[in-house]
Design a protein. Structure first.
Length: 403
């Protein structure tokens, strides 16, 4: 490119270049699944973002990149945007360069939060400087010559991308800087899993790009990989956005170094979130009683833990257990506790009544329907029928039943 210095990528500077990579902060999320803890989790999300900035300043990194969904939606009160901008301003004041792209929640459409507010000005960055770059369809790269780094960001004006964000990109002949990274908010293509995602990038496109690092957002659990010579990674959400995000809580510290002609990109996870998510499956057949279950779960009590408990297997007929009661009793000891009973009733093991009786005919009919539901791969239907058979046999035998 005319007017820009040309670098020989085989002879990069010996010093290490470092950056913090985050994404999916989702500031302002509503957290409908957290009930009374929703407001607390919004504060924890902001605290995790602040902790990410603290980490960048403490580590004296060169850059800080956000790969989409800084905000949970484009509908944000000014005070929330100003609060986020103040954290970005701390980076600018600390001589850490910042680049970010919109995601699929804060998409760059006509109602975009990035159109409504001048984030650069709110953060106190000098007008016209490159210290804070909001990449958009109209501005798809920033060249930080002082860092010998080019950052590309492919953002779209619609939530669903019309093309692979990296299609046709090849930076290997770009000599303006030694290092080249890109920011993309979307899914790395996985056959059978990502066909309906809004933004999908093909592994072949990553490999053909020649990028040193692809900073991804959209997946809320930390993951990383390599395609060709390009290292790619998702930091995950700094704080969980939903109850099933056990891999959230991190940002990534990424280092770039070139020695003896060899280029090396190193990715380290750094914890910034407080909230932990744990999923626990328990065999109902091994639970002696509801008090015993309560005592066992109480051993995991932690005010920073979201515990998602699922009861499975065959439930003994003698087990009297109400999941809602367990939740209410233990809820104050956790950040959030959810107990779901997906167990199925164990059927009586005594002989069936004769086939020519009403009880015998009903039991055999229900057993046949259970078998067909299980063969059809419909566990919910089978479980409902098993419960119906248990209740029917108990009622026909004159026993007391618990509904």
């Amino acid at each position: 490119m005319a007017g820009m210095p040309q670098r020989d990528r085989s002879e990069g500077p010996p010093r290490m270049l470092r950056l913090v990579h985050t994404a999916d902060v989702h500031l302002g999320a509503r957290h409908a699944d957290l009930g009374e803890q929703a407001a607390a989790q919004r504060e924890r999300q902001f605290a995790a973002f602040r902790a990410s900035v603290d980490l960048a300043l403490a580590e004296k990194v060169d850059a800080f990149v956000i790969a989409g969904d800084l905000f949970d939606s484009n509908t944000q009160p000014r005070r929330s945007v100003e609060r986020a901008a103040a954290e970005l301003g701390r980076l600018v004041a600390g001589q850490v360069r910042v680049a970010l792209i919109p995601g699929t929640h804060d998409v760059y459409d006509r109602a975009s939060v990035y159109r409504a507010y001048d984030l650069v000005a709110l953060a106190g960055a000098p007008s016209g400087s490159d210290r804070l770059a909001v990449l958009s369809p109209g501005r798809q790269e920033v060249v930080w010559a002082a860092l010998d780094l080019t950052v590309r960001g492919r953002a779209f004006a619609t939530k669903r991308a019309p093309v692979d964000p990296l299609a046709g990109l090849d930076v290997r002949d770009d000599r303006r800087t030694t290092w080249h990274i890109a920011l993309v908010h979307g899914s790395v293509r996985i056959a059978g899993k990502t066909e309906h995602d809004e933004v999908v990038v093909a592994p072949e496109s990553i490999a053909a790009s020649g990028l040193d690092y692809l900073a991804l957002g959209h997946w809320h659990s930390t993951q990383r990989g390599r395609a060709g010579a390009t290292v790619w990674a998702y930091p995950g959400a700094p704080e969980p956005v939903a109850l099933d995000q056990a891999g959230a809580g991190n940002v990534l510290l990424v280092s770039f170094e070139q020695r003896d002609g060899r280029r090396q990109v190193t990715v380290e996870e750094r914890r910034v979130g407080r909230t932990r998510v744990e999923r626990l499956e328990l065999d109902a057949g091994a639970i002696r009683s509801q008090p015993a279950l309560v005592a066992g779960l109480a051993e995991k009590a932690d005010p920073d833990l979201v515990l998602d408990v699922r009861l499975t297997g065959l439930r003994p007929e003698a087990l009297d257990l109400v999941a809602d009661e367990v939740e209410r009793e233990l809820a104050p000891r956790f950040f959030r506790l959810r107990v779901r009973d997906a167990s199925v009733a164990a059927l009586p093991d005594d002989p069936l009544p004769p086939a020519d009786t009403i009880a015998g005919a009903l039991a055999r009919d229900l057993e046949g329907r259970i078998a067909r539901a299980e063969a059809a791969g419909d566990p919910d239907e089978a479980a409902e029928l098993r419960e119906g058979l248990r209740l029917a046999r108990a009622l026909l035998d004159g026993r007391e039943v618990t509904l």
